[in-house]
Design a binder for this molecule. Sequence first.
Ligand SMILES: O=C(O)c1cc(=O)[nH]c(=O)n1[C@@H]1O[C@H](COP(=O)(O)O)[C@@H](O)[C@H]1O
Length: 303
Amino acid sequence: MIDSLIEKIQEKKNPTVAGLDPKLDYLPEEMVKKAFDEYGETFKGAAEAIFEFNKTLIDALYDIVPAVKPQSAYYEMYGIDGIECLKKTINYAKEKGLYVILDAKRGDIGATSEAYAKAYLGKTDIGEKQEPAFDADSLTVNPYLGTDGVQPFVEQCLKFGKSIFALVKTSNKSSGEIQDLISGGKPIYEHMAELVKGWGMDNFGKYGYTQVGAVVGATYPEQAEVLRRVMPHTYFLVPGYGAQGGKAEDVAKSFNGDGLGAIVNASRSIMCAYKKNGGEVGQAARDEAIRMRDDIMSAVGAV
Ligand SMILES: O=C(O)c1cc(=O)[nH]c(=O)n1[C@@H]1O[C@H](COP(=O)(O)O)[C@@H](O)[C@H]1O
């Protein structure tokens, strides 16, 4: 439920999410060496090192951030061992009370989206039984296949109390190639915003937000301002703060007047803070997460 994310944001007074996008290069050398000494230079060794890194980050952050966002690609890279590490990371974060937004940007024709939706948010049918496979709280979804590709995710959200964030205006430099094209007098991302709004219509939570959120990049503040008006009841996931250059005053455009409405992601700037600022991984990540929280809160006002 988006309500559960909102409550965690309010409890921590922090509208930010820490991205868990772990490349081996981001890990301290001794952490990688220890795992390689035990398991060799193998996917298993890499996955063990990454889980250790994620645990260190989660332990350092869970009492100050409401959510984490593991990016699936950084785990898929290490095959089955990487996927297992992703699942262990999801479980560990949930045990620590964090809301887990799995960033896998899924989306396909309806039938295949249904399989993705069951895999990541709902439960898989096995004979008479149903088992959760990944059991994330939320999933990023690529909605550019249209309504039939998104509806199965919405159904699983309603059935199992989950949420999704659909890509509307992405943070990357080429996002305008398609998303900014004008059609029928307005940009494609605005058409997408109207669809996202419609998909969420039937399921408002108690704080007035729907289970169908939108991804709106921190790097496009003018567009965010428009999108905030088009989708007043939609929660925004705002990536692009920090490493991609988004600033607090930029992300502030994605919030509503009540200080709710958006959660801002940073991955590299938190994970790799120890490389830039010195100190150990966990403490440096915590210091950066606190700095980011205070920076954004001062631009947004109270949560
Ligand atoms: O869906 C996302 O999270 C996402 C959408 C988008 O438009 N831009 C974007 O950067 N992301 C993700 O947000 C994270 C940004 O990471 P940093 O640039 O290291 O903070 C990565 O996991 C990206 O895959």
